[in-house]
Design a protein around this ligand. Sequence first.
Ligand code: SF4
Length: 340
Amino acid sequence: MPRDHEAMLWEKLDGQNVRCNLCGHRCVLSAGQFGLCRVRANVEGELKTYSYGALVAMNADPIEKKPLFHVLPGSRSLSVAAAGCNFQCEFCQNWQISQSPRRSGVVTGQAVSPGQIVTAARNYDCRSISYTYTEPTIFFEMAYETARLAQAEGIRNCFVSNGFMTELAVETISPVLDAINVDLKAFRDETYRSVMKARLAPVLRSMKALAQAGVWLEVTTLVVPGMNDSPQELGEMASWIASELGPHVPWHVSRFHGDYNMTDRPPTPMATLETALRLGREAGLKYVYCGNVVGRSEESTRCPACGQLVIERVGFSVRSIDLRDGACGHCGEPIEGVWE
Ligand code: SF4
């Protein structure tokens, strides 16, 4: 088990009790007790994290894989993770590393420092570092320290997150965070409670706070048959993104394949994904993408004004880019994103 490390964003309560203010669970912990993530614990009246500097994954991925389609297209992003998550999604695709502290009672990982992560990003010619695969909020201290060092070297920082952060966490990370993809997993609180063991409202709050803080935001929804796939729920979700975050926010609707504890249902039918794409466009969203299905035209970015192809993608590869100074190369319409 890695050594403990001083945690950020917590407060002392009565006696030796502490409250963690990192994620929406806001765990109140007595001495010796672990939080719901099973990564942070009260050690003699001080909150500690056990995942600092303990990596379980490091890969140079195309940034399209995050997915972040409007951030440095065609570039590589050093993708890192530590063990643990504050959610317990029944369909988690990375459950071996996200749920390992909860399932085994220990936090494992290979010792790597923030400075070494930044050096690796440079060596692998990555223009950004993505904190991903598990929940970056849960390895906040390592992500924050790495992001500070990376920013000083001109390397961008991206989170791929469930968005269950407190506003204090958003406020703290925003100055060093360039972009985030938030998984909006449903638009029903009861689904968040029963399937994710979390709640919807903190996710919506933090997405608004991230947008207000100027962090580039993209949203992904894995469309799960029988869980979040009704036209009404998908339509409400799309309308909320358009009205509360802005019509320029890309929405990725992704195809579900059974995993972890949810292998009882088929992959998302193409007709359902078509409906989600249509509802996104009808809600006024300018950029709606289809994920986990290779060979669809909805993998590419079209200019919302003239309809010309601006970024052509096939799978995680970028075939062509027709952007000039952040605008459509054909008609000059501004295309929102982090292009340089
Ligand atoms: S990060 Fe979330 S789950 Fe973990 S201790 Fe803090 S409040 Fe609890």
